[in-house]
Design a protein. Sequence first.
Length: 406
Amino acid sequence: MESGSHPVDGSDPIPYAAQSITESDIEFVKKALTSPSITRGKWVESFESAIATECGAPHAIAVSNGTVALYLAMLALGAGPHTHAICPAVTFLATANAFLMCGSRLHYADVDPKSALIDTGKLEAQISGIRESHPHANIMLASVSFAGDARHLPEIDRICKKYGVIHIEDAAHSLGGTYKNLSSETFMSGSCKHSDAAILSFHPAKHITTGEGGMILVRDSAIARQVRRLRNHGFLGDDPRPAELEEPWAYCQIELGINAWMTDIQAALGLSQLSRLHSNLNRRRQLAAWYAERLAARPFSDSICVLPYDIHHAYHLALIQWKSSALRRLAYEHLHRKGIRVQIHYVPLYRQPLQRQRAVSCAPLPGAESYYAGCMSLPLYPSISDAAFDRVMDSLHDFCARQTSG
């Protein structure tokens, strides 16, 4: 069934994710539209400040989307053709593509077969091997707080510091999520407490949206300034100028950059959305807790595995694992016929033709293969009604009961 078609019973489709736009959002956008500047103005500055405060990060720089956020963060931290770059084998294309756009040598890290987080034991061995073969190499890692789960960050930080690896947290899934270190201290995803930088995405499927948009979070002021310069064609107004560019109207480009600005219209929407972040997180966590509790019982448990509920998780995705790939395929088709638009996150990167051409190695990885064989994302977004949630559960129950009885 095509993704835009209606289910066989005529009911409205239920997507796996959906944005929520309120009257407040519309009013904020109207105010931005009537402001003196609709780009590079005060709304962007206010949104950056608000996100930095929310995440507990020293600096935040708004950009046009999450992929650009990754790309500019990597460039500012020194990624290039000399860099050995590592990202998880299970993530969206953007994490790997950003490294490839920097010209870096890309390696895939294997993941835990249940959570899809980087397998830190295998990661340390992988980094150790690269460092042994290339003692003076620039190594950079983009970890992914997958589905909203950031608990791996302290251990990844330990490994990166041990081997001199630059670490970027891809926090596109985890705005508002928290995690603990070994001393049981609590930190925010995106805080850069256990990374050199982090990025956020404001795609409509995420916790808050600006339509499209992203944010780079960094702890070092010099790196923040570098990101701002790269966002603005490679110059800043207060950069030093040579004598031939001293005129008051002149500007001085000192490196290659791009136009990666977020507009004030988008930033205004983001500010309004941010005011609802915690209520949205509460609803996501409520739904995730319901899924975890109900799917642990029969007949679901005969066909499905689900991770226990975690209060620190930001629950961008509601992940389940089917007990076989064949069962997952049948369930996917059944649910789509019922109008339940479940999704698969994600096909391992090394299965993509372009990635096979560009990565150092595209050998299948056991954790990634095991995760991918059964993974599925169920509908999870703040505006889903209890009735729609019950419809999802009824459709799952119908399918699982038939597998058990058959």
